[in-house]
Design a protein around this ligand. Structure first.
Ligand SMILES: [Zn+2]
Ligand SMILES: [Zn+2]
Length: 854
């Protein structure tokens, strides 16, 4: 017999060429074409009948070469896409590149290479590797977000949001990365107050910035989470980020200035204990309030200092409380008391209105502040069941405040020291009673607060989508008319930020004429956050070459929403929140017919090495290119899915990769030998196949068991156990190869290849063709024969030295060897075998196994 050697490189390049030549994975927009031909009349239902499915992995950011995380993400997505195609669906599975962004620009600053060049180079590397992995991509829809034909429509969306009042400009204290010299969104600042990209400590600055009004959508972003099939932990992260809390907005008035200051509180039941008032250093009113008082200078200095602290420092409960009085008072609306106003850095502008009523007896940080500044601490809530309730009498002086009675007390309880008609009420009752009273008096109302802030989209950087706005001395802020888009990004030679956007240096580009009055005007020099680019790319894939519009409604109706989205959990609150906001806003503007972009989401886990995240500095990086080079793409893809449940983190093991490589080699060699002995390919081989012996029946049953198992595992993304089932089927084939006829062996091996195809497409296509003469991707997904899935089982009695030790399920057709193995591995038998030698094994088929040990 000819020697058969598994040569993944020969096999893989041969199939990749065929798929590329025949454009196997391209799909047309049938619905749109039908619409064009509407009226032709005789288009049968059949042409429209095919159900569609949109399978999408998050688009990669092209920097350097793809890493192992990309391999995992696209191996997962491709398995789903292949499975769905063979279930009879028309599958859209496109690819593109999130091509704008800081790393290319920082590279340009270091090397002088234009970001467009380094990005294009990286895209070529991604394309080459994705092709070498054999990912089934519809390349006809490929796009990159830095192409003018793409960002023209990103700009159009910006203008649509602007026209609807959902894009606006205002001066704001912003997070500023001193190293990258750019503004960061809150989401790009780590919990430690550092830049997500470079790790520098983030500072605060006051700048005119563009924002998207995502807060208008807070409630819908929250409630619509119930409609989508996403992992619960991702929904929880979004809920926490939106941070909805119920309470009341209460107005404190500064009589001297005649200005009302609203605050949000979740505890209006503690209003009678508010003994001072605090504003965040970023609060736009702080300097105005202090103006003309003796504290003006001190306040100015305090604010400057505070703006350069990190939120982490400011929020730290352990940190000694600092602050400065503003020299003003406001009126507590429930009792008319004048309470002093402070500016203090423990109050954050991100929370509520950026000002708080301080209730030191019932809040940890207010308590610490009151102690530090000698302010009154007035207990107004008694713990439930506290004998002191109602009798706590007068407020306590600042000196001996609290400690004796366990202050601050932050739980619910019973109102004391408040007002006769509220005292004695429980917190929850008092809360509604007080809010109702405030509402009647016009001093407050029930309110909901969100932690979510508007999305800051301005970036003082070069490599991004230009904001299509012109500033005219006569007309003010003027949108560039849609028919003049794109506003193209000009070439510049110096990318280094110098405290102003690099685009400001492109004088010829900045100087323009006003679209409204024709006078001279200047262009906006900020560019957009790259998260804007990636908030709508999945829409463009549906109609990527449209030059008249961002998309055609018919095309979107055919494919959207995405049926299965796949990506890393690190995008739970950034990209995934912004994309949802875009869809809702665009739907409200009449551009989309759906509210949620991603029906179902799968988040794959990380691939680690030696238990640690892969990084160049640790020297533990496994490059997909080198694995593919050594062992082929099928091995790399199959291993990355086999190593563990794909939603979990998994540790890379070289021995594991080699094990998978050997498995593929064994399968391919046995199939090649079987193809030779079984004669010419016999079609799909399943029909009319009657087992001629118990061994043949067992192999037939095993094949159907694998069909059932892999199908159900695929539906729940359990790719690792699906691949293990194919391994088990191969083992059965190897074991029984001499006992079964060539046709039965051919059927079992063709089944193995068919089931393995979503994970290892090249070798599976090769084996399937050898054995059947057919193309596996054109075959329907196999169906298990229910009759062959039933096997009779009985309870096998397991004895050790004649004593009953366990009972296990055994198959009626199990061999004596299998029965012995079942008995030896039964849990309670193993306990009694420990350290002993088996001298005899007595098998009574259909009944028991007795192990004689000494
Ligand atoms: Zn930075
Ligand atoms: Zn003008």
């Amino acid at each position: 017999m000819a020697a058969h050697a598994y040569d993944p490189h020969e096999i893989e390049s041969r199939w990749q060429e065929l798929w590329a030549r025949e454009r196997t994975w391209e799909v047309s927009n049938e619905g749109a074409e039908d619409a064009l031909q509407a009226g032709a009349g005789d288009l049968g239902d059949e042409s429209r009948a095919a159900e569609r499915s949109y399978v999408l992995e998050m688009l990669p950011y092209p920097s350097g070469e793809p890493h192992i995380g990309h391999l995992k993400c696209y191996a997962v997505g491709d398995a789903i896409a292949h499975h769905q195609r063979r279930l009879g669906l028309r599958v859209l599975h496109p690819m593109g590149y999130d091509a704008f962004g800081l790393p290319a620009e920082n590279h340009a600053i270091r090397t002088g290479v234009h970001p467009r060049e380094s990005t294009a180079e990286s895209i070529v590397s991604f394309q080459r590797q994705f092709r070498s992995w054999g990912i089934s991509i519809d390349w006809s829809r490929e796009l990159a977000t830095d192409e003018p034909s793409y960002y023209r429509w990103t700009q159009w969306i910006f203008l649509e949001l602007f026209a609807a009042g959902l894009a606006y400009r205002k001066e704001a204290a912003v997070k500023w990365c001193p190293k990258d010299q750019t503004v960061l969104a809150n989401e790009q600042v780590t919990a430690e107050g550092r830049c997500e990209r470079c790790g520098a400590l983030v500072e605060a600055r006051q700048l005119e910035q563009w924002f998207f009004r995502i807060t208008d959508y807070a409630e819908r972003l929250l409630s619509d989470l119930d409609q989508i099939d996403w992992p619960e932990h991702v929904k929880t992260m979004q809920r926490n980020w939106i941070g909805r809390s119920e309470g009341a907005e209460v107005t404190f008035r500064c009589e001297q200035l005649g200005v009302d200051y609203p605050v949000f509180t979740t505890r209006p039941d503690t209003l009678f204990g508010a003994t001072f008032f605090v504003m965040a250093p970023e609060h736009p009113e702080v300097l105005r309030m202090a103006a003309g008082t003796e504290h003006e200078q001190a306040v100015q200095e305090y604010v400057n200092r505070a703006l350069n602290e990190t939120n982490e420092e400011r929020g730290n409960a352990e940190k000694p409380k600092t602050g400065v009085p503003l020299g003003r008072t406001v009126t507590n609306p429930v009792n008319g008391e004048q309470i002093p106003v402070y500016v203090a850095d423990y109050v954050l502008m991100e929370y509520g209105t950026g000002a708080i009523m301080a209730v030191p007896a019932h809040d940890e940080r207010d308590y610490a502040f009151a102690r530090a500044f000698g302010l009154e601490i007035r207990r107004v809530i008694a713990p439930p069941g506290d004998g002191a309730e109602g009798s706590a009498g007068e407020g306590e002086g600042p000196a001996e405040a609290g400690q004796a009675v366990g202050l601050p007390y932050t739980g619910d309880g019973v109102l004391v020291n408040s007002r006769p008609d509220f005292d004695g009420l429980r917190s929850r009752e008092a809360l509604s009673a007080i809010v109702e009273w405030l509402d009647r008096e016009g001093k407050g109302h029930a309110s909901v607060n969100y932690r979510l802030r508007d999305w800051l989209v301005s970036r003082q950087r070069y490599w991004g989508t230009p904001i299509p706005i012109v500033y005219c001395p006569q007309c003010g802020t003027v949108p560039v008319p849609a028919d003049q888009l794109p506003v193209e990004l000009p070439d510049i030679s110096d990318y280094t930020p110098k405290g102003r956007p690099p685009l400001a240096a492109a004088e010829d580009w900045v100087a323009t004429t006003c679209p409204t009055c024709g006078g001279s005007a200047r262009r906006e020099t900020d560019t957009m956050d790259t998260f804007v680019d990636s908030s709508w790319y999945f829409l463009r894939y549906c109609d990527p070459r449209n030059e008249r519009a961002a998309w055609d409604h018919e095309a979107l109706a055919e494919w959207m929403p995405v049926d299965q989205y796949i990506g890393g959990v690190e995008h739970a609150i950034l990209h995934l929140m912004y994309a949802r906001f875009f869809c809702k806003a665009l739907a409200d503007l009449g551009h989309l017919g759906f509210q949620e972009p991603f029906e179902a989401l799968f988040t794959q886990g990380m691939v680690t090495k030696d238990g640690a995240k892969m990084s160049k500095s640790k020297g533990n990086v496994v490059s997909p290119a080198s694995i593919v080079e050594r062992m082929g793409a099928d091995t790399a893809r199959c291993y990355i899915l086999f190593v563990g449940p794909p939603e979990q983190d998994a540790d890379w093991s070289d021995a594991g990769v080699e094990g998978v490589h050997r498995f593929l080699g064994r399968l391919w060699r046995l199939a090649a030998e079987t193809a030779e002995t079984a004669g010419p390919p016999a079609g799909a081989a399943a029909e009319g196949l009657n087992p001629g012996s118990p061994a043949e029946e067992a192999l037939l049953r095993k094949s159907h068991w694998a069909i059932e198992k892999v199908g159900s595992d695929l539906r729940r993304f359990a790719f690792n156990t699906a691949i293990a089932a194919v391994m088990e089927l191969l083992n059965e084939c190897s074991r029984e190869r001499e006992q079964v006829g060539a046709q039965m062996l051919r059927f079992a091996l063709a089944t193995a290849a068919s089931l393995l195809f979503p994970f290892a497409p090249h070798v599976s296509a090769d084996i399937y063709e050898k054995l059947t003469g057919r193309r596996v991707w054109e075959e329907p997904w196999p169906r298990a024969d229910a009759n062959l899935l039933e096997t009779d089982v009985y309870e096998l009695v397991c004895q050790v030295n004649g004593k009953l030790r366990d009972r296990v399920q055994a198959s009626a057709d199990a061999s004596a060897e299998e029965l012995k193995e079942l008995c030896r591995s039964a849990a309670n038998v193993r306990v009694h075998l420990d350290g002993k030698e088996i001298v005899k094994e007595i098998v009574v088929p259909g009944k028991l196994v007795n192990l004689v040990v000494r």
